[in-house]
Design a protein around this ligand. Structure first.
Ligand code: PRP
Length: 205
């Protein structure tokens, strides 16, 4: 049995569809209820829904053999897992965003609000820019609007959230997409099954 951690939400649902199309369907997952684990013993697969930012923790610690995680989560938390495949879905960009006409005064410390403090710190370190990180957990776009920060470092997908809040993407830090990740011990002991699943997912690309 392969244990698969799926991120709750739109990305996880598309990821499950990819798994199903690759021959790893589990019809009970489509039932409308609040169950969190679903298995299809015939296909040798068990799925569970977890918070997107927790997928890599489940996989790193072996509670899941494999999982689907955004590259943003992998860059931020740097889990000790194998990244086996770029699924080329859930595509977006990690950006610096702020007021359209924002001028970055180099003589002042830059206040950066973000859910991704490591990514933001690394980015500004690489440019030797002194910043003050303000760690938030959501609705990041509010920070520059209310004067809590100068800019934000956040995910931009369609750009709609920025636009509707009179903000603009200023710099792209890195392109993001969903990755198929694997626990290091599982990779050794369930090698054949995991490679079969990986190859089936790759055929669909
Ligand atoms: C993410 C991100 C942006 C938005 C970008 O937020 O933090 O707010 O999506 O998408 P867009 O470019 O298509 O508008 P999410 O929905 O994860 O909610 P959050 O506010 O809790 O971070």
């Amino acid at each position: 049995m392969i244990n698969v951690a799926l991120p709750k939400g739109r990305l996880g649902e598309s990821a499950y569809e990819r798994m199903a199309a690759a021959g790893y369907d589990c019809p009970s997952i489509l039932e409308k209820n609040r169950k969190l684990t679903f298995e299809n013993p015939e296909k040798g697969v068990r799925y569970f829904w977890v918070k997107p930012s927790d997928v890599s923790i489940y996989v790193e610690r072996g509670a899941a053999d494999v999982g689907i995680a955004g590259k943003d989560i992998l860059l931020e938390y740097r889990p000790d897992v194998y990244e086996l495949l770029d699924l080329k879905m859930g595509k977006c960009r990690m950006c610096v965003a702020g007021p359209e006409n924002f001028y970055d005064d180099p003589n002042r410390q830059l206040r950066v609000a973000t859910k991704f403090p490591h990514i933001a710190t690394e980015y500004y370190d690489s440019r030797s820019r002194d910043i003050d990180i303000i760690k938030l957990n959501g609705s990041i776009e509010l920070a520059p609007i209310l004067g809590l920060s100068d800019v934000i470092v956040d995910i931009v997908e369609t750009g709609k959230t920025l636009l509707e809040n009179h903000l603009a993407p200023l710099e792209t830090i890195v392109d993001i997409s969903a990755r198929f990740i694997c626990n290091k011990v599982s990779y050794k002991f369930k090698h054949e099954e995991i490679i079969r699943l990986r190859d089936a997912l790759e055929k669909d690309l």
